[in-house]
Design a protein around this ligand. Structure first.
Ligand SMILES: [Cu+2]
Length: 166
């Protein structure tokens, strides 16, 4: 009787600790602005997602996940001579207070092996995974609008030129 009571207490206590640590991860949070994913055209299996991220405290974006894509990666795109190339990066630094733009032609989120077409006007769930300087991971769940082009406020004219097929 006594043992089960103390076990129950311990369970409640650890549940409280867990809740508190999640809350502090969220308050150390990253502000997301202008998030969107690019709609696919027929036959297209990969696309990009874009947003502006501002971390209150320095952290790193170490991964993304979404149920709509078999593979979801943080990508970097840059010119290699005359050729635009992109590659997965293991982590993207988000310095404290500095807005990092994920946009076409630069860093972006790459969704590949899509399980269904992304149609304009729909939404998709996407989770950002961060790891702070102490190695503590936190997640931020987003719902991204699917659009044909970048929101005009994002002023990302390069988006129209970027072909995201792999
Ligand atoms: Cu890419």
């Amino acid at each position: 009787m006594l043992i089960s009571f103390s076990q129950a207490r311990r369970f409640v206590f650890s549940a409280l600790v867990l809740t508190a640590s999640v809350a502090s991860a969220q308050s150390a949070a990253v502000t997301v602005e202008g998030a969107w994913a690019r709609a696919t055209v027929q036959g297209q299996r990969g696309t990009g997602a874009f947003m502006n991220l501002t971390a209150a405290q320095g952290t790193r974006l170490v991964g993304i996940s979404t149920p709509v894509a078999g593979v979801a990666e943080v990508h970097e795109m840059k010119m290699d001579g005359d050729v635009m190339t992109m590659r997965a990066v293991p982590a993207l630094d988000l310095p404290a207070g500095k807005t990092v733009q994920l946009k076409a032609g630069s860093f972006h989120l790459m969704l590949m092996d899509l399980k269904k077409p992304l149609t304009v006007g729909s939404t998709l769930p996407l989770t950002l995974i961060f790891r702070d300087g102490k190695g503590v991971e936190s997640q931020l769940a987003l719902t991204l609008p699917v659009r044909a082009t970048a929101p005009t406020v994002a002023a990302s004219g390069a988006g129209e030129k970027h072909d995201h097929k792999h």
